[in-house]
Design a protein around this ligand. Structure first.
Ligand code: HEC
Length: 276
């Protein structure tokens, strides 16, 4: 059985060689030459566009006036904004939705790295696993079913990702009532409003709170940050300008939209004394 398969593959390779000799051009140097020329063209176009973009802007290079290809710089990004919903481009919707199925932090690695890596390894291994010469689709039921399932699941995930209403931030917001109950500040409307703001402002991209969010860039867990009794005023000024307190990593949030907002977040932090 094994030797028959081997014979078959040798015959196939022989046929391929003859075919190339008769009608084809060898990969080296012809195809390589084409690829090299094409790569050069693509890189030159990109470099050309970058030069046009940079040098057609009027005035000096800090100008916000547009050149032929748009302005060099626009207004600074505002880290305190709460109305921007970060969403990927449509062709990443399926991964985006996969991320929502696999909730952090336990299984998120599985969704973001695990599944795509496993699929990629299957693709890499495929030429070594599938050695048959049969190419008629109807005689390849496993491959066909796998292909249909892949396309179908990516289609469904893309559709779900495209129609998913709430962003990740509002998923964090759903945790706010639980936070309020466990930390015992349900009766404090300012603290609850501050907690919502905390959930929506991207704080949980660096800080964790009662297990929600991810811990990044050395940001501490804030579950019991109010234990030190520093008070709402201290936290408000900390968040509005962390630079004053020697924190060079955290974004400067200003007043987070209004004086009331920055006050509420201060109250929220000051009453966060850990789960009751
Ligand atoms: C880009 C990451 C990042 C984001 C986003 C971020 N922080 Fe921070 N934050 C940090 C880091 C890092 C520290 C610790 C700095 C230090 O120890 O010097 C910190 C410290 C703090 C502290 C002081 C903790 C302490 O132990 O005194 C508070 C309070 C705080 N952050 C609140 C917030 C709030 C509220 C938000 C959202 C409005 C937020 N942070 C968003 C990175 C971040």
């Amino acid at each position: 059985m094994a030797s028959r398969a081997l014979d078959e593959r040798r015959a196939q390779f022989q046929r391929y060689k003859e075919d190339v000799k008769e009608r084809g051009k060898p990969f080296y140097p012809y195809a390589m030459f084409h690829d090299t020329v094409m790569s050069l063209v693509v890189v030159s176009v990109i470099v050309g566009l970058a030069v046009i973009w940079k040098f057609t802007v009027p005035g000096d290079h800090t100008s916000t006036k547009p050149g032929l290809l748009g302005p060099l710089y626009t207004d600074k990004a505002d880290p305190g904004t709460t109305n921007f919903v970060p969403r990927p481009d449509w062709y990443f919707y399926f991964l985006f939705y996969l991320l929502r199925i696999f909730k952090w932090p336990e299984s998120v690695i599985l969704g973001t790295v695990g599944i795509p890596t496993i699929l990629l390894m299957i693709m890499l291994a495929l030429p070594f696993l599938d050695l048959r010469r049969e190419r008629r689709l109807l005689r390849r039921p496993v491959a066909i079913v796998a292909a249909i399932l892949t396309v179908l699941s990516m289609g469904v995930l893309t559709y779900k990702g495209a129609t998913a209403k709430e962003a990740l931030a509002s998923e964090v917001v759903q945790a706010v009532p639980t936070w309020a109950k466990r930390e015992g500040f349900s009766g404090n409307p300012q603290a609850v409003a501050g907690a919502k703001l905390f959930a929506q402002s991207g704080c949980t991209a660096c800080h964790t709170y009662l297990g929600t969010g991810s811990s990044n860039l050395g940001a501490p867990d804030l579950t019991a940050i109010g234990k030190g009794n520093q008070g709402a005023q201290f936290f408000s000024s900390y968040v509005s300008n962390p630079r004053q307190f020697g924190n060079k990593v955290m974004p400067v949030f200003g007043n987070l939209g209004s004086q009331q907002n920055i006050h509420n977040i201060g109250v929220f932090l000051s009453v966060s004394k850990g789960p009751k």
